[in-house]
Design a protein around this ligand. Structure first.
Ligand code: 13P
Ligand code: ZN
Length: 279
C-alpha cells in the first residue's frame, strides 16, 4: 500500500461519491461477503457532480477496456480496483478506487482520479459495463452495479435447483418482504469463468429483465438507482438465502402461502413476475 497522507484521505472522503463507495465496500467486507479482493462496485456519476470535486480536464492516464463501450461514451464512473481488498478502501480510497470517463468514441477509459500505483479497474468491468448498458435501457435512473460473494446466496446455489422461477419462489417464501423488494425475481446464469466478456454478456442478457443476477458457486450482482438500493437488494436476497440455509434441513411446520404472497403483492402494489406463483 502507498504511504498514506491523512489529509489526502480526509479530503478524498469529503467527496460524497468517494465516501459512499468507501463506506459501502466497508459494510460488505464486515458482512463477510468480500473476502480478500472479492467483489467490485461501479457507480455511474453525473458530470456536474464529478466536476464539483475533481478536475475533469486533467487525465492521469488512459486505460484500454476489454472492448469498446460506445453506449457509455462520455459517461463517468467510480469503480473499485482489481485485486483490491474492500477491507482497505476506507483507509486508502485513492489506492483502491478510481474515477473513469469513457472517451467520446467509447474505445478508451480516461482515469481522472485514484487507481494509484498503476492499479487497474476491476476485472469484472465487462460484466459491469454491459449490465449498466442494459439497465439504462430499461431505467434511465439506473446508476449502480454491485457484485459480491454473499455467503448464503453462494451456499444456496449448491443445494437448490437453479431454475430461476423455483429459486425466486423459494426466496420469496423465506421473508415476508422479499416479493415486495424483488417482484421481478432473480436471474441465474450457468457457472462460467469470471472476468470474461462471455460472463459479461450472459449477465447483461439477464439484466434486461432482472435487477439481480446470481453467479452459481460465485456470488451475486445487484443493481439500482442508488448505492443504497443496489446494496439493499443484495442484503434482502442474502437474508432470504440465509433463512433458507437455516431451515432447509428442518421440518417446515408453516410457511408463507401462495395466497399470502399474492395478497402481499396486491397490498404493496407490485406485480410478481408471471410464471412463479400458480394463483
Ligand atoms: P476484482 O478484484 O478484479 O474486482 O475481482 C474480484 C471478483 O470478485 C471477481 O469476480
Ligand atoms: Zn467475484
Amino acid at each position: 500500500m502507498s504511504t498514506l497522507n491523512p489529509d489526502k484521505v480526509t479530503k478524498a472522503l469529503e467527496t460524497p461519491f468517494i465516501r459512499e463507495m468507501a463506506e459501502i465496500t466497508q459494510h460488505m467486507w464486515r458482512n463477510g461477503w468480500d473476502e480478500r479482493n472479492g467483489g467490485n462496485v461501479s457507480y455511474l456519476l453525473d458530470e456536474e457532480e464529478v466536476a464539483k470535486y475533481l478536475d475533469i480536464h486533467q487525465v492521469i492516464r488512459v486505460i484500454e477496456p476489454a472492448f469498446p463501450v460506445h453506449e457509455l461514451a462520455g459517461k463517468y464512473f467510480i469503480v473499485t480496483g482489481s485485486g483490491k481488498y474492500f477491507k482497505n478502501v476506507l483507509q486508502d480510497p485513492a489506492g483502491n478506487l478510481g474515477v473513469l470517463r469513457v472517451t467520446p468514441d467509447g474505445s478508451k477509459l480516461e482515469l481522472l482520479w485514484g487507481l494509484e500505483n498503476d492499479a487497474k479497474p476491476t476485472s469484472e468491468l465487462p460484466s459491469h459495463f454491459m449490465s449498466h448498458i442494459e439497465r439504462l435501457k430499461v431505467d434511465p435512473d439506473h446508476r449502480v452495479v454491485i457484485h459480491n460473494h454473499a455467503t448464503h446466496v453462494l451456499a444456496m446455489t449448491f443445494i437448490h435447483d437453479l431454475d430461476e422461477a423455483k429459486f425466486t419462489k423459494t426466496l420469496w417464501e423465506m421473508c415476508t418482504e422479499c416479493i415486495v423488494v424483488f417482484p421481478d425475481g432473480i436471474g441465474i446464469i450457468p457457472w462460467m469463468v469470471p472476468g470474461s466478456s462471455e460472463i459479461g454478456r450472459a449477465t447483461a442478457e439477464k439484466m434486461k429483465e432482472y435487477h439481480s443476477v446470481i453467479w452459481p458457486q460465485h456470488g451475486i450482482f445487484g443493481t439500482g438507482t442508488t448505492v443504497d438500493e443496489a446494496f439493499g437488494l443484495i442484503e434482502t436476497i442474502e437474508k432470504a438465502a440465509q433463512i433458507y440455509m437455516l431451515v432447509a434441513h428442518h421440518e417446515i411446520k408453516q410457511r408463507i402461502t401462495e395466497r399470502e404472497l399474492s395478497d402481499l403483492a396486491a397490498a404493496f402494489g407490485v406485480t410478481p413476475r408471471p410464471g412463479i406463483l400458480s394463483l
